[in-house]
Design a protein around this ligand. Structure first.
Ligand code: HEM
Length: 473
């Protein structure tokens, strides 16, 4: 059954439970990343357990993760074949696709196409700045009253993916778009935190005509209708000379491939799953990172003041921020990195799977083992980070106040499966954070309780809902 599934009275007899109590932790209330990190302190940086008949190996320090994902990349880069994931993604797209030639072709094309539309480059800047001008307007409307920043930030970040992929942005009041965003987060929530998880043990449960099973199938249907209609509209208005967005480029590439290779993996069905991946991988992660930044600023006015000073000195009040400012703004960059280190928004990465038997640091690991790189543990490893629980941006700065790039700082993962949107996320985070900090000072309402900083675990680590005050500077 495993420790987690044991009834509480048996859990309390276990050695793990007693060890954790002795360390002052309440095992029942722990998020998975905290529980696994603690187990690593007890059992070592490589330990394993079973979920049903799947063996899971957890890697909890930088050197072990690097040895697996970089030095033995050919063995450790597959994804597990979880029935629920297979039912939803049909094993297509990028995130959950199997390691092999099809994944490689699709990832290479998608990455190159996003770069073509400005990912990591100055040409994308105006779109991001324009989107954040809407955010600032919305925030200003609250006029110093507390508000929940989640919906505004989430809409803006989704709109950047929409501009790149669909060639359009949606107004924040567009009800169809709002519905789609809600469906995506609800779909993820049901898949991770409901009886739907049982589909991994018994796949026919997915077709049950009631409860979360029915709701998930309906969500899948609605998202499919929304995206397929957009793909159809693109096909009908496609101008081969002037592709406007990711979908246009994909459709053109598909036609080209068809001429030379009848077995090409490029088809509309695949395109559909890639779009879904870009939305899911690119929205929640960046939204939560930015929300964490705002929350940490409100909690640390001294750090916020230093960021304000740097913005004032390098950019001033009126000019829009640019990526070219980054080199002159080490403190701001160190602040974003420190928030990312403490909050690791993809704390357990995305699970990997071994594609053949291997040996890792003396341990035999069978083919088909699920491998979890515990990024959360790496970023709080007391052997590497001094006072790892403290919020201290200057740990990323040298004596001259210049930024130190640390090899062990890997919130985007490492190896062949490293985040495909890393450059986009970094540029979004810098431009958006600076743009908001240029206009506002963030604080928490006086009557608010001390926010809980452990986060809510889903596929990403989200802050617990909070209200914030944005005072115009
Ligand atoms: C702060 C924001 C982000 C963080 C912290 C983050 C982090 C990660 C991590 C840890 C992984 C798993 C790496 C592994 O499996 O070893 C990943 C995968 C991925 N991310 Fe991100 N990500 C972010 C934003 C984005 C954005 C904006 C996009 C989209 C444009 C994106 C697209 C992807 C894709 C497609 C994968 C799967 C790569 C593959 O399996 O080959 N991510 N990300």
């Amino acid at each position: 059954l495993g420790y987690v599934l044991l009834p509480p009275f048996l859990q309390r007899q276990s050695w793990v439970y007693r060890q954790m109590r002795a360390a002052g932790l309440k095992p029942g209330a722990l998020s998975p990343q905290v529980l696994l990190t603690h187990l690593a302190r007890v059992y070592g940086n490589i330990f394993s357990f079973f979920i049903g008949h799947h063996q899971v190996v957890v890697l909890s320090d930088f050197h072990t993760v690097r040895e697996a994902l970089v030095q033995q990349a050919e063995v450790f880069s597959d994804r597990p074949r979880l029935p629920l994931v297979s039912l939803i993604t049909k094993e297509k797209g990028i995130v959950f696709a199997h390691y092999g030639p099809v994944w490689r072709q699709q990832r290479k094309f998608s990455h190159a196409t996003l770069r073509h539309f400005g990912l990591g480059k100055l040409s994308l800047e105006p779109k991001i700045i324009e989107e954040f001008n809407y955010v600032k307007e919305e925030m200003q409307e609250h006029g110093g009253a507390p508000f929940n920043p989640f919906p505004i930030v989430n809409n803006a970040i989704s709109n950047i993916i929409c501009s790149l992929c669909l060639g359009q942005r949606f107004d924040y009041t567009n009800s169809e778009f709002k519905k789609m965003l809600h469906f995506m987060s609800r779909g993820l929530e049901i898949s991770l935190n409901s009886q739907v998880l049982l589909v991994n043990i018994c796949s026919w449960l997915y077709y049950l005509p009631f409860g979360p099973f029915k709701e998930l199938r309906q969500i899948e249907k609605d998202i499919t209708t929304f995206l397929k209609k957009i793909i159809k509209d693109h096909r009908e208005s496609l101008d081969g000379e002037h592709p406007q967005d990711f979908i246009d480029m994909y459709l053109l590439h598909m036609e080209e491939e068809k001429k030379n290779n009848s077995k090409s993996s490029f088809n509309e069905d695949y395109l559909f799953y890639i779009l879904g991946d870009l939305f899911i991988a690119g929205t929640d992660t960046t939204t939560n990172s930015l929300l964490w930044c705002l929350l940490y600023m409100a909690l640390h006015p001294d750090v916020q003041e230093k960021v304000h000073e740097e913005i004032q000195r390098v950019i001033g009040r009126d000019r829009a921020p640019s990526l070219t400012d980054k080199v002159q703004m080490p403190y701001t960059e160190a602040t974003i990195m420190e928030v990312q280190r403490l909050t690791v928004v993809v704390p357990l990465s995305i699970p990997h799977m071994t594609s053949e038997e291997t040996v890792l640091q003396g341990y035999a690991i069978p083919k088909g083992t699920v491998v979890v790189p515990n990024l959360w543990a790496i970023h709080r490893d007391p052997a590497i980070w001094e006072k790892p629980e403290d919020f201290c941006p200057s740990r990323f700065l040298d004596d001259q106040g210049q930024l130190i790039k640390k090899e062990i700082f890997i919130p985007f993962g490492i190896g062949k499966r490293v985040c495909m949107g890393e450059q986009l996320a970094k540029m979004e985070l810098f431009l958006m954070f600076v743009s908001l900090m240029q206009s506002f000072t963030f604080s928490l309402p006086e009557d608010s309780k001390q926010p809980i900083l452990t986060g809510r675990f889903g596929l990403t680590l989200a802050p617990h809902p909070f209200n914030i005050i944005a005072s115009k500077r």
